[in-house]
Design a protein around this ligand. Structure first.
Ligand code: ZN
Length: 334
């Protein structure tokens, strides 16, 4: 089965890339692919709750516009609120498509919500295979949770529980055989669910130990543990500069470090115009239009989205009483 993972139109920051790269690391018969972000020419205003049928229609339009083969399962990762705010659902009319919600995991930071989202990205196409439509669903999910992938979960915390068991009960296993699922598919799904469970466990162990994950720079991107810190080239340049300097400069002193900032920016600037690159580096150093101030604030909020609050300070660019800026974390590799 081919499963195309797509960021919905209302999703501003891609979740699909992260989900895809995790899943594609496990070899198996299910093929995950990364699709272009959904594009809507004349989007209706995002006034709150989207009906399931409107999401399913958008999926059908997406298939048509992008010429996706009929047998490919398309999965939207949605930021927008859906009717009843379910975490995910396959098309109740039986078409091979569905959605998983990436938002409203209020109690979780995004690095943690990755795991239940990954779990749902497996569960939704699997449910479609098993149940096909709304009728098939009836009477076939466990209303009382038993730690099976077919537990009906009303609470997002329940998903975390079934994620931790990573199990398919024998009744559901038999049902999957009955609808023609192969052993190769089971093996792949088992392996995926196992990996999600293990990675989630490692995440929690580190969290409980309050041990910060290593900060690294790979292929011009910063990573905290395995999670990419989503920063623009200017933000990356400034972050690297603060990581490399011991001088704890104030923002108004950055002009004394123009050379260092230019060198740092040179590592991330992808254009070919040297004059433009130097010009931008100069503007950062002089904090023109609050470029440096704003970048620092964006870097820090990107860190907050990725790291639990108890550990975020370790990675942030922190300003002391005298306005001096520094980072506690040390870059592991460059
Ligand atoms: Zn079951």
């Amino acid at each position: 089965m081919k499963i195309l993972i797509v960021d919905s139109f209302y999703t501003k920051e891609s979740f699909a890339e992260e989900v895809f790269s995790f899943l594609s690391e496990t070899d198996g018969i299910w093929e995950f692919e990364l699709g272009e972000r959904e594009d809507i020419e004349e989007p209706p205003p995002d006034t709150g709750v989207h009906s399931w049928s409107s999401i399913f229609e958008r999926l059908a339009n997406y298939r048509q516009a992008n010429k996706i083969p009929e047998e490919t399962f398309i999965l939207f990762l949605t930021r927008e609120a859906n009717w009843q705010n379910w975490f995910g659902m396959f098309d109740i009319d039986g078409r091979p498509q569905g959605f998983v919600q990436t938002s409203f995991w209020n109690e979780l930071v995004s690095s943690e919500s990755l795991y239940p989202i990954l779990y749902e990205v497996i569960a939704i196409p699997l449910h479609w295979r098993m149940f096909k439509d709304a009728e098939g669903l009836e009477g076939n999910v466990h209303m009382n949770p038993i730690g099976c992938i077919n537990d009906f979960c009303q609470d997002k915390k329940d998903i975390i529980l079934k994620l931790q068991t990573g199990n398919i009960c024998s009744t559901c296993y038999q049902k999957m055989m009955d609808v023609g699922m192969t052993e190769q598919e089971f093996d792949h799904i088992d392996e995926l669910l196992d990996r999600i469970r293990q990675q989630f466990r490692i995440f929690n162990i580190n969290r409980n130990k309050r041990r910060p994950a290593p900060l690294s720079l790979r292929n011009s991107q910063f990573y905290i543990g395995e999670n990419k810190l989503k920063l623009s080239p200017i933000q990356r340049a400034l972050y690297l500069f603060f990581l490399q300097t011991d001088h704890r400069p104030r923002t108004d002193e950055l002009r004394d470090y123009e050379k260092e900032i230019r060198e740092s920016y040179g590592r991330f600037y992808s254009g070919g115009d040297l004059a433009e690159m130097n010009d931008i580096a100069g503007r950062i150093a002089r904090n023109e239009d609050n470029l440096a101030t704003q970048s620092v604030s964006r870097i820090n909020s990107a860190i907050s989205r990725l790291v639990i609050s108890e550990l975020a300070e370790h990675y942030k660019i922190v300003t002391d009483n005298e306005g001096r800026k520094s980072i506690t974390a040390i870059l592991e590799n460059q």
